[in-house]
Design a protein around this ligand. Structure first.
Ligand code: IPM
Ligand code: MG
Length: 368
């Protein structure tokens, strides 16, 4: 058998349940290497609180350079109460923000899919969420997360002032909108763009630039604009009206959390953060579960590894173009759910409870 060229993943397990769920991805990578001769290479590094504890910084230059050189980063989760009182520049979350910003991962894809096996896990009525399949495209390197000036400063009367700045430029808006339109073409061909153009200039610019790009390059895709607060409401009222939602960094943060809970299972949702194509057609990318580090259940072997495993499936598809392998992995997850195996977070009567590693093993057994 001819071995393909080595492709390297950088695994950053991070904090809390991160190491446990990324551990299952490691097993899957090993399985692909032994059984499909894919010859993936993995390297591991510290990020977040784990890195702070050892090196006094949420991400070292060494790990950052590894991230620049690998095919894709697979991140577990960062953060936890232990590091809550650190100054901003040392907080675990900085590792994430630095990777996003400096790898220029401007498009964050967050699917919210309601798995048919888990319709009843949602807090919404089954008829509202069954068959739900939304893709939220969140702008990830601009807006109020990174705008200058920022800070907390004393003002005259003994009070303090907190400042953050929200800005977007034409190219920042259009490059992420382009990702949304391209995705829509492969789905139900519909994009909803969300902003607050009724109160924010940057929101008005967002609307206009998305519209201009649409008229110029994507006339065949259905586009509508929606104010972000209305979108929050519509997501609860009738989420199946959406196909692809494109929005800014802050609204995307909030709307994607909301959308994810429609599915009833934060533990199942993956995400991909993608950058621009470089000269040889490669894109920088980082993949991570939507859920956080869940410090309350860390180390107990009960975390759900599916979101991270599906994030790896996205890596296979978007970074390596291994669509067949990616589909096989997604199918293995479905089969395991069909067979009623559940980690604690999605357990319901009549189902069989399994641990993190039993879930990983069960998924691998379906890849055979
Ligand atoms: C997310 C998270 C991050 C964000 C935090 C951990 C910095 O909430 O990925 O949605 O706000 O972007
Ligand atoms: Mg968030």
């Amino acid at each position: 058998m001819i071995k393909v060229k080595k492709r390297k993943f950088l695994l950053l397990p991070g904090d809390g349940v991160g190491p446990e769920v990324v551990g299952e991805v490691k097993k899957i990578i090993q399985w692909f290497n032994s059984n499909k001769s894919l010859d993936f290479e993995m390297e591991e590094g510290l990020a977040g609180g784990a890195s702070y504890d050892k090196h006094g910084t949420p991400i070292t230059d060494e790990v950052f350079y590894k991230a620049l050189e690998c095919e894709a980063v697979i991140l577990g989760a960062v953060g936890g109460p232990k590091w809550d009182n650190l100054e901003f520049s040392k907080k675990p979350e900085r590792a994430l923000l630095k990777l996003r910003k400096e790898l220029k991962l401007f498009a964050n894809l967050r699917p919210a899919i309601c798995f048919k096996q888990l319709v009843d896990a949602s807090t919404l009525k089954p008829e509202i969420v069954s068959g739900l399949d939304i893709m939220i495209v969140r702008e990830l390197t601009g807006g109020i997360y990174f705008g200058e000036p920022r800070g907390i400063k004393p003002i005259d009367n003994g009070e303090r002032k907190g400042i953050n700045t929200h800005t977007y430029t034409t190219s920042e808006i259009q490059r992420v909108a382009r990702v949304a339109f391209d995705l829509a073409k492969k789905r139900k061909n519909k994009v909803t763009s969300c902003e607050k153009s009724n109160v924010m200039e940057a929101g008005l610019l967002w609307r206009e630039e998305v519209e201009l790009l649409h008229d110029k390059e994507f006339k065949d895709v259905q586009l509508n604009h929606m104010l972000a607060d209305n979108c929050a409401m519509q997501l609860l009222r009738n989420p199946k009206q959406f196909d692809v939602i494109v929005t800014d960094n802050l609204f995307g943060d909030m709307l994607s959390d909301q959308a994810s809970m429609l599915t009833g299972s934060l533990g199942l949702l993956p995400s991909a953060s993608l950058g621009a194509k470089n000269k040889d057609g490669k894109i920088r990318a980082m993949y991570e579960p939507i859920h956080g580090s869940a410090p309350d259940i860390a180390g107990k072997g009960i975390a759900n590894p599916i979101a991270t495993i599906l994030s790896f499936a996205m890596a296979l598809k978007y970074s390596l173009d291994l669509v067949k392998e990616s589909d096989a992995l997604e199918k293995a997850v479905q089969t395991v759910l069909d067979e009623k195996l559940r980690t604690k977070d999605i357990l319901s009567p009549g189902m069989k409870e399994v641990s993190t590693s039993e879930m990983g093993d069960a998924i691998i057994s379906k890849l055979q």
